[in-house]
Write a protein that binds this ligand. Sequence first.
Ligand SMILES: [Zn+2]
Ligand SMILES: [Zn+2]
Length: 212
Amino acid sequence: MALTVESLPQGPVQANTHIITDTVTGKIAVVDAGDCTAYLKERLQGRQVEYILLTHGHFDHILGVAALKELTDAEVCIHAADADCLSSEEKSLCSWECAGQQTPIVPDRLLHEGDVISLGESVLHVLHTPGHTKGGVCYADYENRILFTGDTLFCLTAGRTDFPGGSDEELLASLIRLRNLDGDFTVYTGHNRVTTLNQERMRNRYMRRIGQ
Ligand SMILES: [Zn+2]
Ligand SMILES: [Zn+2]
């Protein structure tokens, strides 16, 4: 069993879209879609896209979802607490930065802590990690040691907590939870570059501050 991950920055502030492929079946999930660029469409052409997995509901991660859904008919999944972002430019903060650009969409599946998503032979586990938003999630593949952290954990930093729904306490609890996962993971973040959980345990100023 294996997953391959291709990351491409897209959308108004270049949030990462991750194309995940289960290598056994060729089935695909797309994590976050701040846009649906010609390049993304080309990469997905003729391939079976099962899911659009959202890490949270901010506009920079969802503006491409409506177009991607139309293209692929994949199941749009978002945590229940962020679901209304998909129909509200106020909630997604789109109204702050790019009013009028969000096409409302109804999610197909509302996620909760502990949910499991099967992608061919691979399995992704939903970790509810609020703090940046109320409905922020990470997706963990324990078998292949891969973690998608959205705007919860970045390389050497962590997500902002000063937007509506943000909370320092919740973000800290979420970071503690990630730090305490067993073993190392490759960490695909919502912005900027890929990292590993071990590197963040050692060098990330938020994780270091948590103590033992
Ligand atoms: Zn965000
Ligand atoms: Zn973001």
